[in-house]
Ligand binder design. Structure first.
Ligand SMILES: CC(=O)N[C@@H](Cc1ccccc1Cl)C(=O)N1CCC[C@]12C=C[C@@H]1CC[C@@H](C(=O)N3CC[C@@H]4C=C[C@H]5[C@H](C)C[C@@H](C(=O)O)N5C(=O)[C@H]43)N1C2=O
Length: 98
């Protein structure tokens, strides 16, 4: 999800709401990280953002985590606590090595 600052509400990222698979990629060569989310149904890329050193990953609730870059605020509304925990662990490990 992305935050619509004008209307002060979260909107689905991409062309429609629906479940997506969100992955954290590590580019070994230059030690960079990127979050990429794809819709399960049609593989539409719904999130594609670089994770930079010093990023603050906010676990607002057990299943809703968020972060911001200079352009927008991203929110991940996880289907389960386990998914949220797994993603948060990977994100925090990435932030540790950046
Ligand atoms: C300093 C800073 O940047 N701070 C950011 C957060 C942050 C901190 C540190 C580092 C980075 C970031 Cl990003 C912040 O506070 N921001 C970023 C933009 C929005 C917000 C501002 C105000 C509101 C108030 C309430 C809360 C909100 O949005 N919350 C709460 C949990 C709750 C869970 C789920 C989602 C649900 C999917 C739909 C909707 C629903 O429940 O209807 N909803 C929500 O309502 C969700 N806000 C925010 O997060």
């Amino acid at each position: 999800m992305v935050y619509d600052d004008v209307n002060k509400k979260w909107i689905p990222s991409g062309s429609s709401s629906g479940l997506s698979k969100v992955q954290l990629y590590h580019h070994q060569v230059n030690n960079t990280f990127r979050v990429v989310g794809r819709k399960l149904q049609d593989h539409e890329i719904v999130i594609n953002c670089a994770i930079l050193k010093g990023l603050k990953y906010n676990q607002a609730t057990v299943t809703f985590h968020q972060w911001r870059d200079n352009k927008q605020v991203y929110g991940l509304n996880f289907s389960s606590k386990d998914d949220a925990d797994a993603f948060a662990r990977a994100m925090l490990q990435a932030l540790d090595v950046l």
